[in-house]
Design a protein around this ligand. Sequence first.
Ligand code: ATP
Ligand code: MG
Length: 596
Amino acid sequence: MTANEIRARFLKFFKERGHAILPSASLVTPDEKGVTNATLFNSAGMQPLVPYLMGEPHPAGDKLASAQKCLRTTDIDDVGDATHATFFEMLGNWSLGAYFKDEAIKLSYEFLTSKEEGLGLDVNRLYITMFEGDETAPRDEESKQIWLSLGIPEERIYFMSAKSNWWSAGDNGPCGPDTEMFYDIVGGLNLKNKEEFIKADDEQKVVEIWNDVFMEYEKKEGRVIGKLKQHNVDTGAGLERITAVIQSKSNIFETDLFAPVIVEIEKLATKNQADFKAKRIISDHLRASVFLIADGVLPSNTDRGYILRRLLRRAVRYADILGIPEGNLVNLTKVIADIYNDSYPEIKNSLNKIKEEIKQEEAKFRQTLVKGLREFEKGTDPFILFTTYGFPLELTQELAMEKGEQIDLRKFNARMAEHQVLSRAGAEQKFAGGLADNADPQVIKYHTATHLLNQALSEVLGNGIEQKGSNITAERLRFDFSHPNKMTDEEKRKVEAIVNKQIQADLSVGQVILPKAEAEATGARHMFNEKYGDEVSVYYIGNDLATAWSKEFCGGPHVTRTGELASTNSAQAAKFKIVKEESIAAGIRRIKAVLE
Ligand code: ATP
Ligand code: MG
């Protein structure tokens, strides 16, 4: 069965069982100008459906299914192994209060094993995990009974901890146990117990192919407070992995979704032909880039554009390792487009643009790469590599790691901070999530005002408040946060006074890039249900990071000093004003504020 047939079969199977088939949403999550939202891409099939899983009725009904384009930059370091890609497709089916565990598990099982309408997988190679229970929720005996009733032997069903088999959207909202299906990709493993299973999983002899999440409980402030009125089901199965299983391949790169690309890479390569990791990385990163450009992302120095740039640059680096001559990576786009001709016509439709962007980006980076590699070999400092040669820090880190060395990030950041004071704009433009290419100065002011507001709110309402969203235009800021009560007039006045005081204090605004753990250790505010990269950018307001009044995970951009937010009318003092405070959902408040 081809991957295209598997996708079609999945959708048909669920359509015939009463599910409305939804088209894939764009890879790019929706936002408006100025939104500070760290979720840049859809990374799971459920992501475009979040409002409906939270309770909003879906216009297409209460049973849904889709094949969704996903991008997980968090998996970038795993690309090269047997089962991880940055871009992949997730097949999923959803029940919005329609069916629950019993039917969900039966549907998964039937699709995986039915020869006529499903995939006809060998049931003897299937292994199942589920939630073992803890102080917040009981062991998921129910799921176990359902699997047993379907004929899965007890020795192939394992209870696991919350770490692997509990899903939640953050500290507030729905959560619940999941049950995961694994497949023996080697064949004949015949694992007899949990220890053997864990070992096989570790060695990638069994791979997770499908995950059924049961949204059954509700969390408030990190605690399970009870059961939800409406129980939902959210499932996700990776098309690439399922295809590998069906096509009897031990890794996703040998499936028909990748093999033609790998063949083309082998044609272009002039050295290191045996470097399969390089081939996998190039094929993955090019495929992801093709899909990103088709969805309107262009290489740049900020957020989405920077992710694309990073993928392309990394592909160029591995092309260099394989001796693929400059200007040839673009040959892969046609091969990729052909694979997705019918399923994702947006690629074919923007193929010229895709080719042009990839060509340009490769041309720009080849020079930098050659010079930077030479300097790196000489032992040149990462800071010099970055500022003088434009060599990206993450590449220096990768090269160092391959030699078993580590970059002293503290030193790098310290030099960077110094450098920024000297040539702020110039330096920042090279940062991931740095100065936006064309951010409106008024929007930037409101962005900094949002950080001041966030901190002021926590001082007035307590540290329990958590940012839930924000939206900024040149006219106003909007800020959503968790808080159980309507703010009193006095609380609002206090918040305004604090923000205005900090504007008048003309505090400096600084940025550091830190490994995630170090960034968290600074106590910087961030959204708990967001996935951040390995390195995060922290903006702080105050003289230095240690003593700063406000610290937040944020990609910028910001003003240099808070004094820039003061009224341009010199007769008037700074005027940050809350114009509206309202509830937008249970426990979520929204503030609209202006700078007068
Ligand atoms: P793993 O632990 O193997 O990384 P996961 O727990 O991150 O998987 P889920 O978030 O449960 O996976 O996603 C649902 C399904 O999507 C998985 O069962 C798998 O089939 C697929 N999937 C997840 N990540 C990737 C990836 N990076 N590349 C390809 N398929 C993936
Ligand atoms: Mg994962």
